[in-house]
Design a binder for this molecule. Structure first.
Ligand SMILES: [Zn+2]
Length: 463
């Protein structure tokens, strides 16, 4: 406490005597934060196997543009810190998260203060060497993937240290606008829910934006979000898809500014139309326009007060797994992925005598900025219901804004709501065949996660 007070006094002294006179230095010290941002290229330098589409049959072949990891560090005047890392990657694996988490401890960044988010570009390198091996892909690429994860973990951790070392007085402003290219992709048909545009399905078209200005009132970084799969493209060139283009366009329009994209709860949202580079650019432009609109809207909320951050694991359960005889039948399936999945579970049955149905590594993270903004980070590929429900239930009557990011910290696979689980289809459970998990979550999945989020939000708000 004495250290925190000491730091506050030093910062206030710095603020009073060192900050240039500007809109920020008008004696309104409630707007004072410390912040900085930076970026590093994480484009692989040799052909790697790519993630996102199981049907790929060759490694990457060059790039459309570079892939980046970016870091935004925000700290309140008592030293409470949030480090946001965004990356043009398909996911954040547990291995990558652990490697970064371990290395950034030296910079005073604790586990609960570190939020990692993947843009979910489907034109990035595959990060799960175990999955590549399970799918029968040349072992050379599994080894290269492991090397790549080690390399970028070092590069990202180094960037965190560098950005932490140059935080400066800042003002944080939240605003939002909208972009319309995301559409629900779960179309109900007589044969069940299929992956196809569903203009009547739920969406979240909000574009939340956090503007970071320095003491002189200059724009330094822009954190922005959108809930849409980064699946415009399925090409063999490395590319950030629409989030990569949106970040590029914002940085071109605001030289020297770091633009960071955080994907939302977009498991069941696709960009439409899609499949050409020109469309990826168009969606990127649409999102960048949404961000520019948020930056100019009259409805700007300056964030005040202190920062509280916490991270906790929630325990989930899978539905009862298939029996041995059901799995043995699946070995005769015409679908290669069903056969591989069944064999993996049979191997687990042989080795352990049972199939694990407890999933005890589901981190949820909350950052509370005064009474103004709650940022919720959910792991996995969460469907849009999580975002819509959290915004409704956590906003309250105080005007506190709520921003929900998916694809945070451990992107293990799909995360259905109870509605989606009961409806069935790809996001409900079929996608699990590409993982080592036994099958769909059980029906308690949404209530367990939402209860965990409420508990954590209550905790940070009452601290
Ligand atoms: Zn996905």
């Amino acid at each position: 406490m004495r250290n925190a007070l000491g730091l506050m006094m030093v910062v206030v002294w710095f603020w009073q005597f060192a900050a240039p006179q500007s809109g920020l230095a008008n004696g309104d010290d409630s707007c004072c934060w410390l912040a900085a941002a930076g970026a590093v290229i994480i484009t692989p330098t040799e052909p790697l196997w790519m993630g996102g589409y199981a049907a790929r049959d060759k490694p990457s072949d060059g790039k459309v543009h570079d892939l980046f990891a970016k870091v935004l560090v925000v700290e309140d005047l008592t030293g409470h810190r949030l480090v946001i890392v965004t990356a043009d990657l398909l996911g954040i694996t547990r291995e990558l998260r652990t490697a970064i988490e371990t290395q950034v401890q030296q910079y005073g960044v604790g586990r609960e203060n570190l939020l990692l988010n993947a843009s979910h570009t489907h034109c990035g390198p595959a990060l799960r060497s175990d999955r590549l091996l399970r799918l029968g892909i040349d072992a050379r690429y599994a080894a290269l993937s492991q090397q790549y994860v080690r390399l970028i973990s070092k590069r990202i951790a180094k960037l965190v240290g560098e950005v932490v070392s140059r935080i400066e007085p800042a003002r944080l402003v939240y605003s939002y606008a909208r972009a319309g290219f995301a559409m629900n992709r779960r179309l109900p048909t007589e044969k069940g829910f299929i992956n196809s545009p569903n203009p009547d399905g739920p969406t979240d078209h909000q574009v939340p934006v956090l503007r970071v200005e320095n003491a002189a009132g200059e724009l330094k970084s822009i954190l922005f979000g959108y809930a849409c799969h980064a699946t415009t493209l399925s090409i063999q060139q490395l590319c950030g898809d629409y989030p990569g283009f949106a970040q590029q366009y914002l940085e071109e329009a605001h030289p020297g500014v770091v633009a960071l994209f955080m994907n939302g709860c977009s498991a069941d949202q696709n960009p439409y139309p899609r499949r050409t580079l020109d469309l990826a650019r168009q969606h990127g432009r649409a999102l960048a326009n949404g961000v520019e609109t948020a930056l100019m809207t009259k409805n700007q909320k300056q964030l005040r007060g202190s920062l509280k951050v916490d991270l906790q694991n929630v325990t989930l359960r899978f539905a009862d797994p298939p029996t041995r005889s059901e799995l043995e039948k699946e070995l005769a399936s015409g679908n290669k992925y069903i056969r591989i999945h069944a064999q993996g579970l049979l191997d687990e049955l042989d080795a352990r005598g049972e199939i694990q149905i407890i999933f005890d590594h589901f981190p949820i993270q909350v950052a509370q900025f005064g009474n103004d903004l709650t940022l919720v980070g959910i792991c996995g590929e969460a469907v849009v219901d999580y975002s819509l429900r959290c915004k409704k239930e956590l906003s309250g009557n105080s005007g506190n804004a709520v921003w929900v990011a998916g694809y945070c910290n451990d992107v293990f696979g799909y995360l259905p709501s109870k509605r989606v689980l009961l409806e069935g289809g790809y996001e409900a459970g079929a996608a699990m065949r590409y993982t080592a998990f036994p099958g769909p979550f059980d029906e308690s999945v949404e209530s367990r996660i939402v209860a965990g989020i409420h508990e954590l939000v209550l905790k940070v708000r009452s601290e």
